[in-house]
Design a protein around this ligand. Structure first.
Ligand SMILES: Cc1ncc(COP(=O)(O)O)c(C=O)c1O
Length: 357
């Protein structure tokens, strides 16, 4: 028998979450964000579940090629664009669409004869100061694209820094105002909204929405559970108890002996550690399900194992099923306990974990 840890990907949850996007943004085209191996869910597996999406947004050129070669005919947008002119022939061959976010990309495009009919998403930096042209540079960037015969359709885009913050936070409205003011003179399609903006800021939906995390059934908001948004977790990471220790009062557990029993208790050792993608910094108390019952981890997470408190779970023994996150234990809860976000846990699933559907 192989090591019992595995991840179950629920394709119907992925499909369902796409319908939730459509419900929130019924008039927008949907660009499913499937970068980072579809946030750890598997590129082609997720693409199949999202096959009714109008487009895919991705970052890795090799993954984009795999997607096109698998037969997906929708828009495929490379969200950091191209990095050198040598990639442009591939953009032409595979009919990829590119984000253009800095002037070096414009220069590369103007010095290169190919590709023909390259569709472009031109990115405006509305305040996040990560990627994009400044409001001052933006009009010239549009004119440069319009006068370049290699360029096909132009869409205007930006990205929000704080759409996940409570409504009324200054972030979205200021960035939206900036976007609207700078792009007002051009009758071109627009794309602004990530998951948080799709869910809470309908005024940002425009022509294309770009959902990522909500498609995978996690919440973009720290105070709102995915279930409250009608999102279903698509990834459940499960394992089993592989040993049980009966502790006496005063016994200690794990590397660094960071947990000390103050009464006799049973501890389950679970096949699953940081080399599987479970966060090493998850503290004592991080929730976990054993035999369908909620308990928590104790001691320090090691590379391949972690320890769980079996107090009150009389039925638990070697072989008992454990859910680390997914159905029954939202990834967001585990992430919050570990001081991170669901995005990081999902996309850090280790390659050695067996995936089932
Ligand atoms: C440009 C862009 N659009 C959309 C998204 C999707 O964001 P989210 O996963 O928060 O929906 C991302 C993710 O980082 C992104 O970089």
């Amino acid at each position: 028998m192989s090591r019992p840890i595995h991840a179950l990907i629920d394709l119907s949850a992925l499909e369902h979450n796409l319908t939730v996007v459509r419900r929130y943004a019924p008039r927008s085209r949907v660009m499913a964000v499937i970068k980072a191996d579809a946030y750890g869910h598997g590129l082609l597996r997720a693409a199949e579940a999202f096959k009714s999406a109008d487009g895919f947004a991705i970052l890795e050129l090799d993954a984009a090629i795999r997607l096109r070669e698998a037969g997906y005919r929708q828009t495929i947008l490379l969200i950091e664009g191209f990095f050198s002119t040598s990639e442009l022939a591939l953009f032409e061959h595979y009919r990829f669409c590119t984000v253009i976010h800095h002037s070096e990309q414009l220069e590369m495009l103007s010095t290169c004869k190919r590709p023909r009919g390259l569709d472009v998403f031109l990115k405006l930096n509305t305040g996040m100061n990560r990627l994009g042209f400044t409001p001052e540079q933006f009009p010239a960037a549009i004119e440069s694209l319009k006068s370049n015969s290699a360029v096909g359709k132009i869409t205007l885009m930006t990205h929000f820094a704080c759409a996940d913050e409570p409504k009324g936070g200054k972030g979205v409205s200021e960035q939206l105002q900036c976007f609207n003011a700078v792009t007002a003179g051009w009758n071109l399609p627009r794309s602004l909204a990530n998951s948080a903006a799709i869910l809470r800021h309908p005024e940002t939906h425009a022509d294309w929405v770009r959902p990522g995390i909500m498609l995978y059934g996690a919440s973009p908001f720290s105070g709102t559970a995915a279930g409250e948004l009608d999102l279903c977790p698509a990834m459940t990471v499960s394992s089993r108890i592989i040993a049980v220790q009966n502790l006496h009062s005063g016994d200690e557990v794990g590397y660094g002996l960071t947990f000390r029993a103050d009464h006799p208790m049973r501890v389950g050792i679970v096949a699953g550690g940081y080399a599987d993608g479970y966060p090493r910094h998850a503290p004592i108390g991080t929730p976990v399900l054993v035999n369908g019952e909620r308990t928590h981890i104790i001691g320090r997470v090691s590379m391949d194992m972690l320890h769980v408190d079996l107090s009150g779970i009389e039925s638990a023994r070697v072989g008992s099923p454990v859910i680390l996150w997914g159905k029954g234990i939202p990834v967001d809860e585990v992430a919050q306990s570990a001081g991170t976000i669901g995005y990081e846990l999902l996309s850090s699933l280790a390659a050695r974990i067996r995936i089932e559907t």
